[in-house]
Design a protein around this ligand. Sequence first.
Ligand code: COA
Length: 257
Amino acid sequence: MSEDILVHRENGVLTLTFNRVDKKNAITTTMYQTLASALRESAEDDSVRVAVLQGAVEIFSAGNDLADFLKNPPNPNELEKAPVVQFLQALHAFPKPIVAAVCGPAVGIGATMLLHCDLVYAGDNAAFSLPFVNLGVCAEGGSSVMLPQLVGFQRAAEKLLLGEAFYAEEALDMGIVSRILPPGDANAYAQAQAAKLAAKPASSLRVTKALMRKSQPGMQDMMLAEIREFVQLLSGPAAKEAITAVMEKRKPDFSKF
Ligand code: COA
């Protein structure tokens, strides 16, 4: 199991902590595997009543590890088996409440995973971005459907097509975030809320969450469709130019694509 994700179970709460701060908690294939396994096991484990997803005070997650994604892209013929897909499917299907604490940058899947969480507490230093188009790929993590549903088409288009960062206050206004806190308090607050949930009747929580998520049918298929397009674009020239430019810390040149 990767130490880049800390998995801790205590008092009915599964806590998953991104622990690769030197690489801004960029998520590798191994980290997706760890996250997916922990969620799947905990979905079946009655001793787990709530999950918490958290990062560090200065960074939640820089999203996909770009080098790892280029080196080990999901196999288009076995997309269901790709660790990123396994993670997204396990997160979306998780039948118990998920609480997230987000401080610092939440980029790409670091932001879209929050759409599948039930309570999201943001540090006032949280900075969200969905830079898929700027990277020559496309929206993933259900965001092409969930974001327009949540915030309206035009506002979602601004975030998904321009890919510019937005901050905690706007995320609260958009309904992506439940509350804003001082960054040093966010993880502790998420834990306190999780402890409250863990003391409630598990079956009532499960049924209420299932009823609330009923308004999002077909999300697993939609996420697969997104990843299929994403993987195809990832092998194209625009993505190569964009990702190389990020690695080389220069501006990409899309004039030919
Ligand atoms: N994949 C792989 N490595 C990443 C990464 C990613 N998504 N994001 C950051 N890193 C690495 C950097 O390469 C750098 O490694 P190095 O120290 O070996 O050079 C280290 O993490 C620190 O990153 P840096 O960019 O110097 O930190 P910062 O504080 O200036 O900026 C971010 C933080 C998150 C704003 C910035 O790193 C960023 O924009 N990352 C890319 C995010 C992205 O495009 N994600 C993909 C979404 S699909």
